[in-house]
Ligand binder design. Sequence first.
Ligand SMILES: [Zn+2]
Ligand SMILES: [Zn+2]
Length: 449
Amino acid sequence: MVIKSDGEAPHVEDRTHPSSNDDKNRIKYGELVILGNNGSLPQGDKGRRRSKLVLFKRAVPNGIKKSKHYVVKTPHASQAILDSTQHSISYTLSRNHAIIVEYMPDEDTDMFQIGRSSEPPIDFVVMDTIPGDKCCDGKVMASTISRFACRILADRSNPKVSRIYAAGFDSSRNIFLGEKATKWQEGHDIDGLTTNGVLIMHPQGSFCGGDAQTGIWKEVSVGGGVYTLRESRSAQQKGKAVEGASNILQDGTLIDLCGATLLWRSAEGLAKSPTREYLESLVDKVNAERPTCPVGLNTLVIPRKSNNDSEKQPYVYLNCGHVQGLHDWGVEKGTNSRTCSMCFKTGPIVKLSMGIEPAFYVDAGPPVFFAFNPCGHIATEKTVKYWANVPIPHGTSAFDSFCPFCATPLEGHPGYVIDNLGTFIKVAKEQNHSFDIFSARKFFREVVN
Ligand SMILES: [Zn+2]
Ligand SMILES: [Zn+2]
């Protein structure tokens, strides 16, 4: 483990040595994985900007807990705000009326902060996700992610308990909720929401195993309360408190920061999930069967990365799921539309590539692949079916299901196709000879239809 000069903290996993002995001996709380990245950021992982953060128990606790609160007239001039070693949250109620909540060190918790800012208090720098596995091309985009978006407090004595809160402390260890921010007082307590809010969704049932159902999106407050969604993302009126709902992250909880969505995987859940090595062995296994294009008769090879332009690149026909190489047969001039040589259905084609980020898998099923429509990322049947049913916040009040590997919104119903590459190999093996296009058509009429 190397501590880099750009402020990479020692709790951040060095991905060049993902299974170093150092990490094996550390207690792990879980992982936060940004949806839309297939194993690494498009421009590569670097320092605190990466596709996922592994949360390990810290050598020295850095958690905090509420100590006292009081009313002030001018929050910016108050002692707690000026003292940059003192964590505090300031709730401005009106021009001359603010409540300051002071926090003190808590030996029992570790804190991890997430946001767009690259300032030192942010452990995990998260930028807006661009769908389609693409780089931002140096374009400056207006971001909707807060610089200090949220914080997680992990229980050091019970590593299964990690809680999420909206807003993070800045370099002066302050959180300011201005006059316009939604806030409320209940008895002695004061609480509030951030501008674009932090939304969470706990799956119903166990994420691992693939039988979980999507849960209901809710909003978490600065104080860790859980509320129904506001009418639109940054509406003034808060939602209703949800009885019995908790801000404790569970395996598979989604966290939406308005511009990027994170998946929480518990250490326990990850231990039951496939590893990247296992997923790569599945690809190798399929490739070892030497799948053949029925038209070009050339061998196809599923790449581990989608930016592969070799002639061995398999393509999936999105209307039927048949897999072939790139060839001219059935091309409709000037379109991406082609007629499938095996079933004569016409539709778009896309490069087939492997979903290689293991955290998104809900099971470690056999190498029978399903492909997301329209991006062509393949994963196990249960994984593809799970994500096709998860609505993810998009814009101010819309929800879309998308491919977790590249964040491309899914098209059509059900949002995926059954990748018939597996069937193709099986048929080829049973017949024990290579295909010509006519026998391929005949077999598929018999076997598939
Ligand atoms: Zn077809
Ligand atoms: Zn995809």
